[in-house]
Design a protein around this ligand. Structure first.
Ligand code: ATP
Length: 359
């Protein structure tokens, strides 16, 4: 079990005196649904330690659910290996793996009360132990008072918490979540997501979440794996995949970006937006990804060497601008008090050098 300390502001940090055990290791997992067709999942590998939360993020059809289903045992891989706490479970039945799965539609039993739904997951415990444990999980999920209701008498968010209580009550080594927040409205999604993350962190549960929602992956997970066409394009911390995408697909999938080209030498790249600093040692033609919030706008006295505002979208806390300079379009996010009219001329200043993408 990994140990954690409470850091500043109550943020949990890993205690360096304890090295967490490996919970799951996935090696070169591959799935071909039909021979001759492109693999739905193509050589995916990753390792998670106890208590880690991984989000697999990618567009529709990239292989996220198939990866999760192979880990759960609902789908057999064509090649590759899944180790749970060092044990090879690749060919074991779903029941023989201590894995909890929360489906998109929660899959609660409609004819059972909330308490019965949760108690059903505790068949491994003696009957007399189940009521107290059921109360424990329902309270932890903020569901006290709803024990005797049926699933159709609960809101979407409450049903989702029952589904999680039932999954956790089985005390799995690993919890798999397939788009678990997609049925919740925007405000409930955010609070439920934060509560779930805190709960998983408190209980030291290892979690793999599948989503196509970038914000969800970046806020919920410790590690984000970006998938494209069956492959894991990049696996790293949310901050790292956002700020240092490994290629243009990852850069674009995680939000808006500006791709710039230029000649690099001595830690500088000459681009259309001026000379930008990059890591030393990179030489020749390079492509940079610059996030819209890494650019700053200031009024231009004349239209010479300036950018024209093409469109402006008010988003409450900021403006999203589209600009054009020398035939190239740029996107910029500026605080909502930085207001420039459509058609006006502005200078684009680069606040941060950007990250170099491989060709
Ligand atoms: N049972 C199946 N038989 C044949 N092909 C399948 C089967 N299940 C999935 N596929 C194909 O495998 C690929 C990956 O599907 P998968 O459901 O894993 O994607 P996904 O990333 O989870 O997509 P979504 O976000 O839309 O759920 C898709 O091209 C899909 O059509």
């Amino acid at each position: 079990m990994s140990q954690s300390l409470l850091g500043q502001g109550g943020v949990e940090i890993e205690d360096p005196r304890h090295s967490p055990e490996v919970q799951i290791e996935v090696n070169q997992l591959t799935k071909l649904f039909r021979q001759g067709e492109r693999a739905a999942v193509n050589g995916i590998s990753f390792t998670l330690h106890k208590g880690d939360i991984l989000a697999l993020l990618g567009p529709s059809g990239c292989g996220k659910t198939t990866t999760l289903r192979m880990i759960a045992g609902f789908e057999q891989p064509d090649s590759g290996q899944i180790l749970l706490q060092g044990q090879d479970v690749t060919r074991l039945s779903p029941q023989a793996r201590k894995i909890g799965f929360v489906f998109q539609d929660y899959a609660l039993f409609p004819h059972m009360t909330i308490a019965q739904n949760v108690a059903f997951a505790m068949r491994h415990l003696a009957k007399r132990e189940r009521p107290a444990k059921t109360r424990y999980w329902l309270e932890l999920m903020g569901l006290q008072g709803l024990e005797n209701r049926y699933p159709n008498e609960l809101s979407g968010g409450q049903q989702q918490r029952v589904a999680l209580a039932r999954t956790l009550a089985a005390e799995p080594d690993l919890v798999l979540l397939d788009e678990p927040f997609s049925n919740l409205d925007a405000s409930l999604r955010e609070t439920t997501r934060n509560e779930m993350r805190a709960l998983f962190k408190r209980s030291g549960t290892t979690v793999i979440l599948v989503t196509h929602d970038q914000a969800e992956a970046l806020t919920f997970a410790d590690q984000v794996g970006v998938m494209n066409a069956g492959r894991l394009e990049q696996l790293d911390t949310p901050q790292h995949v956002y700020q240092y995408p490994s290629n243009a697909f990852v850069a674009r999938f995680l939000g808006h970006t500006n791709l710039l080209y230029g000649d690099a030498d001595n830690g500088l790249v000459k681009t259309a937006l001026g000379d930008l600093q990059i890591e030393p040692g990179v030489v020749g033609q390079v492509r940079l990804s610059l996030r819209p919030e890494d650019l700053h706008l200031s009024p231009a006295p004349t239209c010479d060497a300036a950018a024209r505002v093409i469109s402006r979208e008010f988003r409450g806390h900021d403006y999203f601008y589209t600009l054009e300079q020398d035939g190239v379009q740029y996107c910029v996010i500026a605080p909502s008090h930085h207001c420039f009219d459509v058609g006006s001329w502005v200078n684009i200043n680069v606040l941060r050098g950007g990250s170099v993408l491989p060709h």
